[in-house]
Design a protein around this ligand. Structure first.
Ligand code: IMP
Ligand code: MG
Length: 175
């Protein structure tokens, strides 16, 4: 069975909810104009949904778009290539965009998406649920980070291993 392994809780639901409210408050302080949330699928879908609600509670009226990206890693090729599987539908020109992803690791995915939206004229801020330090292949930092975690493979709250465990309401580590 794909999900028969135990998952140990690393960050529980309450901590995630509290941090989402704090991040929404940090975003509100930037006083964004015509705010558009762009969530990178699939891993950020749950975080994005909760952050949208937190932004509402913090007094903002964001719109939301999705971008499905996939990064192909070939052991023989050092530079991972990012491919667009689904693009945003709205014009992002002159808008404040919060680009959301699940994990900032090598930074390739986030850098690719940020450059793409910026080239289309958006003012882009980046927001990652998790950050694993010391793993960066390209120079990029997120403007908002949920939690900095050690170099563990995590699942849950939208994140998967082989397409499983995305439904978990907490962030965990497969034992
Ligand atoms: P990078 O920053 O371009 O290396 O991409 C990070 C992406 O790799 C994330 O968006 C995830 O899809 C995936 N990823 C990295 N670490 C983990 C993990 O611990 N669990 C699940 N997915 C991960
Ligand atoms: Mg991802």
């Amino acid at each position: 069975m794909p999900q028969d392994r135990k998952v140990k809780v690393l960050i529980n639901e309450e901590k995630i909810a509290r941090r989402n409210s704090e991040i929404a408050g940090e975003i509100a302080l930037k006083d964004p104009k015509n705010l558009l949330v762009v969530a990178v699928l699939k891993g950020s879908f749950m975080f994005a949904a909760d952050l949208m609600r937190a932004l509402h509670h913090a007094g903002m009226m964001p719109q939301v778009e999705f971008m499905h990206l996939s990064s192909y890693r070939d052991a023989t090729v050092s530079s991972g290539q990012v491919v667009i599987l689904k693009d945003v539908e709205s014009d992002v020109r002159d808008r404040d965009v919060i680009l959301i992803d699940d994990i900032l690791e090598s930074g390739r995915t986030l850098a690719f998406a940020k450059d793409l939206l910026a080239a289309r004229g958006a003012r882009v801020m980046t927001c990652c649920l998790l950050e694993k330090p010391g793993k960066r292949a390209v120079q990029i930092d997120a403007d908002f980070v949920g939690f900095t975690i050690p170099d563990l493979f995590v699942v849950g709250y939208g994140m998967d291993v082989a397409h499983s465990y995305r439904q978990l309401p907490f962030i965990g580590v497969v034992e």
